[in-house]
Design a protein around this ligand. Structure first.
Ligand SMILES: [Cu+2]
Length: 177
């Protein structure tokens, strides 16, 4: 599993080093999969997700996005960390896929200052199919915010106070079934 991610990540030209990978870049990012189960999801499959998390026209690139989309399909509910990483200014995972109808719960770690979760289609790169907000930034550990993502599409979101350091996230909502 770990190796597969590394193989796919090598195709992404402008990423910072990924631990354990000797990224020599230049590929098409689509390293043919060995085929143990469903193919892994990557940003190549979802250009809006890739753009939002890597481009810098709006905010910085998400430092913890390595081109892979964590697959959490077939789960009724998932949790995304708010305020992770060394500086407490990341979402974990940055990119995740769920089935339509899944409850996504953002959970504050208490690190990195005050955060919020904000999806604003008008103010983003790519097109978010969802619009939602957790409201004013808060910093309490254990704070949570939930959304049920019912329709297939992508939710592109960020933390307002930390957009400039790449505190961005994305949820791919796949057709359930
Ligand atoms: Cu933040």
């Amino acid at each position: 599993m770990r190796r597969r991610r590394c193989v796919q990540a090598t195709g992404l030209a402008v990423l910072t080093a990924i631990a354990g990978c000797t990224g020599n870049g230049g590929g098409d990012g689509n390293g043919g999969d060995g085929g143990d189960g469903a193919p892994a999801l990557t940003g190549d499959d979802y250009p809006a997700v890739d753009a939002w998390l890597t481009e810098t026209d709006v905010g910085a690139a998400a430092p913890n996005y390595d081109g892979s989309i964590v697959d959490r399909r077939d789960q009724e509910a998932i949790t995304v960390g708010v305020g992770t990483g060394d500086t407490g200014t990341e979402f974990d995972p940055a990119a995740v896929a769920v089935d339509a109808g899944t409850t996504v719960r953002w959970e504050w770690t208490g690190e990195g200052g005050a955060h919020n979760v904000e999806a604003e289609p008008d103010d983003q790169i790519g097109e978010s199919d969802y619009e939602f907000s957790s409201g004013d930034p808060v910093d309490e550990e254990g704070e949570t915010y939930e959304q049920v993502l019912d329709e297939p599409g992508v939710a592109l979101y960020h933390c307002e106070p930390h957009l400039t350091v790449g505190m961005k996230g994305a949820v791919v909502v796949a057709e359930s079934g």
